[in-house]
Design a protein around this ligand. Structure first.
Ligand code: MG
Length: 269
């Protein structure tokens, strides 16, 4: 099931996007969203007798993390290498504030404090229930679904600051979407799912989730051994190699096979 959040100009609603995706992860032209009563994270999937054409709505971030976005650094060896960094012995985590979250089609605002803002295409895991100390073998039980993220990073500030809070935490630095896919088999990511980032149509990142150093169950076990995870919390699983700069006016697309494509444009603040 693909769960989205959308507005027709009125209060936002959750919905289920019907139909198939084409080979580029785009919905069919006549795709329909069936609206839901409430947030399916808390009340389950309750279909309303209300349908909207996808083309008539604006999609919003499919989840609003109540407490946090936990991001994993250097989870692909080739990306660690391009940063001139070692592969960590344990998952390296940092937080992005929930105020950095934005939706598909929303602008990524180029902050005046930076002169080197990078894209980082990533697979995002949405947590479905409150949990802590989750064992690896139970980790998939706490997953609500999967979506796509851009872990936007002010690379110059990341190098300058010891902490990543500023470099990774600006408003609009965590686009999520376009929807949450709830039906993927977690084993698929271990077997390998392609993740690509295009900038103005040119391929910049072409990675595969099989190259993650720490797989998703290991990440959930590790993070939840430190902090309680809440429904709607999001884990960014790290970026493949090929990260690079974006400028105002650029369009960045992150695509993950079986999920879809997250598209955003960079804008001057
Ligand atoms: Mg990242």
């Amino acid at each position: 099931m693909r769960i989205c959040r959308f507005t027709t100009g009125e209060d936002p609603l959750y919905g289920v996007l019907t139909g198939e995706l084409d080979e580029f992860g785009q919905p069919e032209e006549d795709a329909v969203i069936v609206a839901l009563a409430g947030d399916p994270l808390y009340v389950g999937v309750k279909l309303l007798d209300q349908e909207h054409k996808l083309e008539d709505v604006r999609l919003l971030a499919p989840v609003l993390p109540r407490s946090k976005v936990v991001a994993i650094g250097r989870n692909y060896a080739a990306h660690a290498a391009e940063m001139g960094a070692e592969v960590p012995e344990e998952p390296m985590m940092f937080l992005k504030p929930n105020t950095s979250v934005s939706g598909p089609g929303d602008p990524i605002f180029y902050p005046r404090q930076s002169e080197n803002v990078h894209f980082e295409g990533e697979l995002a895991v949405v947590i479905g229930r409150i949990c802590r100390d989750v064992p690896v073998e139970k980790a998939t039980d706490v997953i609500h679904g999967y979506t796509i993220a851009n872990d936007v990073t002010a690379r110059d500030l990341q190098k300058k600051d010891v902490q990543f809070a500023r470099a990774k935490g600006f408003d609009s630095f965590c686009p999520l979407g376009p929807w949450i896919e709830t039906d993927l088999d977690p084993q698929a990511f271990i077997d390998g799912v392609r993740i690509q980032t295009h900038l103005n149509g040119d391929v910049k990142q072409d990675g595969n989730t099989r190259d993650m150093i720490f797989d998703i169950p290991s990440l959930i076990a590790h993070i939840s051994s430190v902090m309680t995870l809440l429904p709607g919390d999001v884990i960014l699983t790290g970026t493949p190699d090929g990260v690079g700069p974006m400028d105002p006016g650029d369009e960045v697309e992150v695509s993950i096979a079986g999920i879809g494509t997250l598209t955003n444009k960079v804008a001057q603040r």
